[in-house]
Design a protein around this ligand. Sequence first.
Ligand code: FUB
Length: 439
Amino acid sequence: MNRYNYYSLILGTLFLFVTNLALAQNPLIMEQFSADPTARVFEGKIYVYPSHDIPTPPGRGGRSNWFCMEDYHVYSSENLTDWKDHGVILSQAQVPWLGRQSYDMWAPDCVEKNGKYYFYYPTGGRIGVAVADKPYGPFKPEAQPINGVRGIDPGIIIDDDGSAYLFYSDLMCVKLKDNMLEIDSQPRQIANLPRKGLREGPFPFKRNGIYYLSYPHVQNNTERLEYATASSPMGPYEWKGVIMDESASGCWTNHHSVVEYKGQWYLFYHDKDLSPNFDKNRSIKADYLYFNEDGTIQKVIPTHRGVGISSALKEIQIDRYSEISQEGASIAFVDPNQTKNGWKTILAAQDAWIRYNKVDFGQNKLKSVSVKALSETGSTIEIRIDSIDGQLLAKVDIAKNSNLSEVKAAVSGSASGVHDLVVIHKDAKPVEIDWVKFE
Ligand code: FUB
């Protein structure tokens, strides 16, 4: 192990103990790039196993302007709003069979069987497995990759009878032995589905006795998410439809997973929100997913708002809006050179507004509201619940200022429970708002 690998291992291990709590809408992770999210429910929480894009380190990482990934983190949440980073669970330096560090630790998956957690990861054109007693590790990599499998992007389904199937690459499928580490059949490609434009990212799941196989497919320019259904895990599958259209941002890849948590289904996917000019530095996102009565899937429209309920007592990033007025309202990065600092809302026209849904105001009386804002000219906003003419919670005068700074105002109205938050511009003089928080 060279000095760099040694230090990255030590740092990764230290990071395991320095867990991080992040508040999130879309994208879910702001601190670093993340891609290829596989979401699973373990021990009553939701765990997300993404891959971890990094800018290519000088002198390392192979091709510049390409994917560069050297380790994996895992994140967990109970409410889909507060995410805990459990740190690095596996780095390429720990993979015993990887001859050359290839910086291609691409889309992973993790499943639980008989109390063991099996983390499947592609690197160097092979698929390895690392095993742990807990969903967040520590994971011990197996000495060899899965024999007989060459490809990327493992996606696993464990059927009700305990039999497990590994899907990978361009819809290849193979049955796994009971030990989850060896194959129990010859790999074969799922038939009857598009061939051209198919490369990666299959995700199998089961609902109400129907087997679903969802996958990215390039029908036109970039990957869109499609799905097929079958009455047995290895098919035959019938093409059913599109889950998510090509991204409006032009991000070429879209890797996803589908999961049910506390009775609600979710789609996890990625886009290039924090890296608008380079689609190999991606960010994971989640949105609600709904089934029709006949088991078909309704198309998911990507949102900024994402999922979960936000606490009124924490910073509410209203730029992750659920709805915005057509005129005079927009969003922009707080600092285009530091995209991980997030976005701000710009209200430039009188009566322009922005709505952020599902805010929990709790049951206690609110005293004040803080708004991080700037207005070069001075401006006034109103904060209401539910609609632009809903109950007024506060009127906030933003004094003339050219830096984003906190302004406090008294809360006059009352709100309890979960409501939408609506911020309305009551002036023709522009105002920029980073976040809103109640006390
Ligand atoms: O993240 C690298 C590769 O890009 C993944 O393995 C693919 O699914 C695509 O997202």
